[in-house]
Design a binder for this molecule. Structure first.
Ligand SMILES: [Ca+2]
Length: 313
């Protein structure tokens, strides 16, 4: 659901950059399976985030590089759909973020792609109905600290698809008090406006005592190569006590300060669960009329494929 609230800290630091906020999680939801990642609107370009005095992308004590993983303690290669780990969600269209698709179990499947066994989220338009898939691991597979990474092949989002790989606090707090970490989102409306959807990628965190006090930090940039090139890319989060480091294909994208000094420590030191979804339209994309969804014509299907997800300590 779209949030239209300022993050005071960011707004003061980057007054021209913050426009409004999409949260994948939603104001009306607790952090249950009904929550969408709060999608906030990316506000910034990479150049605007460099040199941020707060130390994002930073200087200070930020970890230098993504960790070189050891052996994962959890791997799902998606050779089957493991219901002990994952839940398929079902929601009506418009349920959150003004998204156009409905989610149902039929649009989540296991299949083979180039010899890989993968989790497939299929978006499909049938007349005036759009369907898609979304899964979460709430109450089944949650974790705190360490590294999570997933190998994902994204569809071309232009225009109107909105894939996401993200985390929510696995607790009973209402959003955004539960905490939200959006590792990867694509399809945001600035990428549409600039014709850079294949490279334009977003990451965000959302937090705050309640919806009226929602805060976020959002980062977006054009990655150096297409992330919608028909190949699998690795999206990762390294999470330690003071930092969240988001990386793509081993390259640091952005670092969030979650230390005590950041004032938001409490929101990012709980167990978090995993979500993957392929939304269509909605506030993040700026498209709320399905006839403006050029990525998914009537009768078409498009897929987001996840080859594996891994957790490391
Ligand atoms: Ca696999």
């Amino acid at each position: 659901m779209k949030k239209q609230q300022f993050n005071l800290k960011n707004s003061m630091m980057r007054p021209l950059l913050l426009f409004f906020i999409f949260a994948l999680g939603s104001t009306q939801q607790s952090c249950s399976s009904n929550d969408e990642p709060v999608v906030q609107e990316p506000v910034e370009d990479d150049k605007n985030n460099n040199g941020n005095s707060e130390g994002n992308n930073g200087e200070n004590n930020k970890p230098d590089e993504p960790n070189t993983p050891k052996e994962p303690y959890f791997v799902d290669e998606f050779e089957t759909f493991n219901e002990a780990i994952w839940t398929k969600e079902a929601h009506e269209s418009g349920w959150t973020n003004q998204e156009l698709q409905s989610y149902d179990e039929a649009h989540v499947s296991i299949g083979t792609d180039n010899g890989k066994s993968v989790l497939i989220l299929t978006a499909e338009r049938q007349g005036n109905n759009i369907y898609s898939g979304r899964v979460n691991s709430k109450g089944k597979k949650s974790f705190k600290y360490g590294r999570i990474e997933a190998s994902i092949k994204l569809p071309k989002t232009a225009n109107g698809l909105w894939p996401a790989f993200w985390l929510m606090g696995d607790n009973n707090k209402q959003w955004p008090a539960c905490g939200e970490i959006d590792i990867m989102e694509m399809g945001e409306h600035n990428g549409i406006a600039n014709g850079t959807q294949e490279t334009f990628v977003n990451t965000a965190i959302h937090y705050g005592t309640n919806t009226a006090n929602h805060e976020q930090e959002y980062f977006q940039k054009n990655f150096q190569t297409s992330l919608q090139d028909g190949k699998y890319h690795t999206y990762a989060l390294d999470w330690e006590e003071n930092w969240l480091v988001v990386s793509i294909d081993g390259e640091n994208l952005y670092t969030y300060d979650i230390s005590q000094a950041s004032g938001r420590y409490e929101y990012f030191h709980d167990n978090f669960y995993i979500l993957f979804n392929l939304a269509v339209g909605g506030s993040f994309t700026g498209i709320t009329d399905m006839n403006d969804i050029t990525a998914l014509n009537d009768g078409e299907k498009v897929q987001m494929c996840i080859d594996w997800v891994k957790l490391y300590r």
